[in-house]
Write a protein that binds this ligand. Structure first.
Ligand code: F6P
Length: 356
């Protein structure tokens, strides 16, 4: 019997989405009698029936291509069950899955996508979720595709900032994406021997930040590099409820944490500071070599799961190998940096301060 495989990409894009889909399609085509149905715009497209049959040749040459040929969309999990203007999103997705006679749905995405996929599993659909995100925060997997490329881009940005910081004797604050975790910031800080890194997992103390910057200056170094994860919080902020924290933010003149840190340092030390904020560059462009291999490996593994009809799974990387875990064990959890783990110790023992 021909297996009809639906594929979608959901949430923020990253390098490696196309490479992963290519892996799924090329391997599935060899392993079984199957057809491929591309779903545009993630779960949004599944709701609205934006689904079309695609050929193997559509996927064959996209290994190095950034972004996603299927387009992506953010469809927050918390709104999935809300009926809007009489439109039942979950029912619409199930109806289209059935209408197109899909045998399974491969969902490439991050933490939100895993939650949506798990919900569809609960509705009886055959789903497989593949770990995509530059944030590297998906629970249960050591790595997600897109992360390695993003770390490489962040590292390149910081390297370039170092030379200009040195020329101008400045403190350069580089704000790095990563949502509520500091994986991207910490890895790129270690890779560039930054002076300081601020991450959500280790709330900072403003006085300690200022003290460390002064010590760097007093030690004779004429510039400093501070890498700030976009989700970094002060000790006081971290102790607040989400609601109070958001209220507090409205009172700040700065729009982002990087700008707050620049202002703190310039006001308290008299040093000149600048903010550098690479944003979506971290998600763009071609996947690096590591992500091409990882994506292909994950895609091929997913094809094997489809062949064996092992559905309701999230693919994870453990000890450099692909494994399949029940989606409900992965969805709804966040992988944070262990504060007493190897990565933090590596940074501390090579002189990187955390502002704590
Ligand atoms: O999850 C990936 C990510 O790039 C985060 O690091 C960042 O917080 C967010 O997406 C940005 O989202 P958007 O592309 O919707 O602005």
């Amino acid at each position: 019997m021909v297996k009809r495989i639906g594929i979608l990409t959901s949430g923020g894009d990253c390098a490696g989405l196309n490479a992963t889909m290519r892996g799924v399609v090329l391997a599935a085509d060899q392993l079984m009698d199957c057809e491929f149905y591309g779903i545009q715009n993630g779960f949004e497209g599944l709701m609205h029936g934006e689904i079309a049959k695609m050929e193997v040749s559509d996927f064959a040459d996209i290994l190095e291509l950034g972004g996603t040929i299927l387009h992506s969309h953010r469809t927050p999990f918390k709104r999935m069950r809300i009926i809007e203007d009489g439109f039942d999103k979950v029912k619409a997705m199930i109806d289209n899955y059935q209408k197109f006679e899909l045998d399974c749905l491969v969902c490439l995405g991050g933490a939100g996508t895993h939650k949506n996929a798990n919900m569809l599993k609960g509705e009886g659909l055959n789903v497989i979720a593949l770990p995509k995100t530059i944030d590297n925060d998906i629970f249960g997997t050591e790595l997600s595709f897109g992360f390695s490329t993003a770390v490489e881009i962040a590292t390149d940005v910081i390297d370039r900032v170092v030379t200009t910081a040195r020329s101008h004797d400045r403190v350069m604050v580089v704000e790095i994406m990563g949502n509520k975790t500091g994986w991207l910031a910490l890895n790129s800080a270690i890779a560039t021997k930054a002076d300081m890194v601020l991450i959500p997992e280790i709330p900072y103390d403003e006085e300690k930040i200022v003290k460390s910057i002064r010590e760097i200056k007093d030690g004779g170094k004429r510039y400093a590099i501070v890498v700030v994860a976009e989700g970094a919080k002060s000790i006081d902020e971290a102790a607040m409820s989400k609601k109070d924290y958001l209220k507090l933010w409205e009172t700040y003149p700065e729009k982002d944490v990087g700008a707050r840190i620049v202002n703190l340092i310039t006001k308290s030390t008299g040093l000149e500071g600048r903010l550098v904020k690479p944003g979506h560059q971290l998600r763009g462009g071609t996947p690096n070599c590591a992500d091409r291999v990882l994506s292909t490996k994950i895609g091929v593994f997913a094809a094997q799961l489809i062949k064996d009809e092992k559905f309701g799974k999230a693919v994870s990387i453990r000890k450099n190998k692909c494994i399949a875990s029940p989606l409900e064990d992965i969805a709804g959890k966040t992988k944070k940096i262990p504060v007493d783990g190897e990565l933090v110790a590596t940074a501390r023992l090579t002189g990187i301060k955390f502002g704590d």
